[in-house]
Design a protein around this ligand. Structure first.
Ligand code: PMP
Length: 389
C-alpha cells in the first residue's frame, strides 16, 4: 500500500504543469556554480569591495569560531549575544551615522522584522514599485494596507499619503535599486515623510560600502540620524560577510527586540559572520581607495559598453550595479551563457525577478577588478550581445 511517489499525485501533477509553463516562457531558474577567480571574471556577484575573500575577514571569522564555535547556538534573547554582536551593532551605527543598530541573520529577515514590527492595521505603507522581494514580503506579512507609487515618483507617493486614514505611515524604498542600480530621491522622500508625519525606511543593501564614501546613501545625503529615518542593510554584499541589520533610534531598537519575530525567534547571527562584518567595516573606513576604485571600475564598464549598444539599452547605475536591457528572456539567457562560456559571469535577470518586466543582463563592478579583466569582460559581453541579433 505504500505509495512510492514522493508527493501526492495532485501535487506532482501541479509541479509538472508549473515546470512546463516556466520552460515555455524561458524563465526557469537554475543554480549557478560559484567559479574561482582563475576560471571566470566575476561581474555577477555582490562582492562589491572584493572583501569576501580578504584574509583579514577570514582570520577574524576563524578567531570567532575558535572562541565561540560555529553557531550562535540560540536566539539573541536566550544565550546568543556575544561581545562581537554588540561591537558589530555599534560599528554599524557609527558607520552609517545612525543612533543604534540591531543585527539580524540576514538582510531579508531584517526587512521582514522591521516591517512586521512597525506595520499592522494602524500603519499605511507607501512603497516604491521597484522594492525588493524582502521588502514586499515584509509589507504582506505586516498586514498593513500597502500602496505602491510609480518608481521614484515622489508626487505619486504624496498622492497616496494624502489619502491616508491610518494613524501612522511608512514610506519604503531602496537607496540604490537592486536590479536597475538607480538611486531613489531620498531628500525629497524625507521631506515628504516629515510633511506627512511618516517614517522613511531605506534599504541600503546596494549602497552600504558603496555610496557616501562607503557609509551609504543616507549618510551621503546628510539624512543619517534624522528622527524619521530607518535604515536596513545587508552584511553580505560590500561587507563580504553574511547577515543583516536595522539602524535607527534607541526606541526603535528596543521595540524590535520585543516585537520583531524574525529577530526573537531566529538563532542569532553566527559569531564568525559578525566578526567578518566588523572587520570589513574597519577596512571600509581605513581604505577609502577601495570605494574609489569600485566607482572607477563601474564608470569604465559603462564608458566601454555604452557606445557598443543601442541608445538607452545601458542603464547606468549610481553604484556598482549596471544593467543592459535585452529584447526578451530567451536572448538575455543566451547572452549570459555565451559570456559565461567565454569566462565572464554576468547576472541574467528575467521576469518575475525584474520590476519592469524587461529582461536584462546585470553587471556589477568590483573594486578589485584589474583593467585587463575589465577590458576582457567588456569585449566578451559586447560579443555575447551582438551574437543574439
Ligand atoms: N534588500 C535588497 C535590496 C537586496 O538586494 C537583498 C539581497 N538580494 C536583500 C535585501 C536581502 O539581503 P540578504 O541577502 O542579506 O538576505
Amino acid at each position: 500500500l505504500r505509495d512510492r511517489t514522493l508527493m501526492s499525485r495532485s501535487m506532482s501533477r501541479w509541479l509538472a504543469e508549473q515546470a512546463g509553463v516556466r520552460t515555455a516562457r524561458n524563465v526557469e531558474r537554475t543554480l549557478m556554480t560559484r567559479l574561482h577567480d582563475a576560471e571566470v571574471i566575476d561581474l555577477a556577484s555582490n562582492d562589491y569591495l572584493g572583501l569576501s575573500r580578504d584574509p583579514r575577514l577570514a582570520e577574524a571569522a576563524a578567531e570567532a569560531i575558535a572562541r565561540w564555535g560555529t553557531s550562535a547556538t540560540s536566539s539573541r534573547l536566550v544565550a546568543g549575544t556575544t561581545q562581537l554582536h554588540v561591537d558589530l551593532e555599534n560599528a554599524l551605527a557609527d558607520l552609517t551615522g545612525m543612533e543604534t543598530g540591531l543585527a539580524f541573520s540576514s538582510g531579508y529577515l531584517a526587512n521582514i522584522g522591521v516591517l512586521t514590527a512597525l506595520g499592522g492595521p494602524g500603519t499605511l505603507i507607501v512603497a516604491d514599485a521597484h522594492c525588493h522581494a524582502s521588502l514586499i514580503d515584509g509589507f504582506r506579512l505586516s498586514r498593513s494596507r500597502t500602496e505602491t507609487y510609480e518608481h521614484g515618483d515622489v508626487a505619486d507617493a504624496e498622492r497616496l499619503l494624502a489619502d491616508r486614514t491610518e494613524p501612522r505611515a511608512l514610506i519604503a524604498t531602496e537607496s540604490i535599486f537592486s536590479v536597475l542600480g538607480d538611486e531613489a530621491p531620498l531628500d525629497e522622500l524625507l521631506d515628504l515623510a516629515v510633511r506627512h508625519d511618516a517614517m522613511l525606511l531605506v534599504d541600503e543593501a546596494h549602497s552600504l560600502g558603496v555610496t557616501g564614501a562607503g557609509r551609504g546613501s543616507v549618510f551621503g545625503t546628510a539624512l543619517a540620524g534624522h528622527p524619521n529615518v530607518i535604515v536596513t542593510a545587508t552584511l553580505s554584499k560590500a561587507l563580504g560577510s553574511q547577515g543583516g541589520a536595522v539602524l535607527g533610534s534607541a526606541a526603535l531598537r528596543e521595540h524590535l527586540i520585543n516585537r520583531a519575530r524574525t529577530f526573537i525567534f531566529d538563532t542569532g547571527l553566527a559569531p564568525s559572520a559578525a566578526a567578518a562584518a566588523l572587520t570589513a567595516i574597519g577596512i571600509v573606513i581605513e581604505e577609502p581607495e577601495r570605494v574609489a576604485s569600485l566607482h572607477a571600475n563601474a564608470e569604465a564598464i559603462a564608458n566601454t559598453l555604452v557606445p557598443t549598444l543601442e541608445p538607452g539599452q545601458f542603464d547606468r547605475g549610481a553604484g556598482a550595479v549596471q544593467s543592459i536591457r535585452m529584447p526578451d528572456a530567451r536572448t538575455a539567457l543566451a547572452a549570459s551563457l555565451v559570456a559565461r562560456a567565454a569566462g565572464v559571469a554576468v547576472g541574467c535577470f528575467r521576469p518575475p525577478s525584474v520590476p519592469d518586466n524587461i529582461s536584462r543582463l546585470r553587471l556589477t563592478a568590483r573594486a578589485d577588478l584589474s583593467s585587463s579583466e575589465l577590458d576582457t569582460a567588456c569585449t566578451v559581453i559586447e560579443r555575447a550581445i551582438k551574437e543574439q541579433k
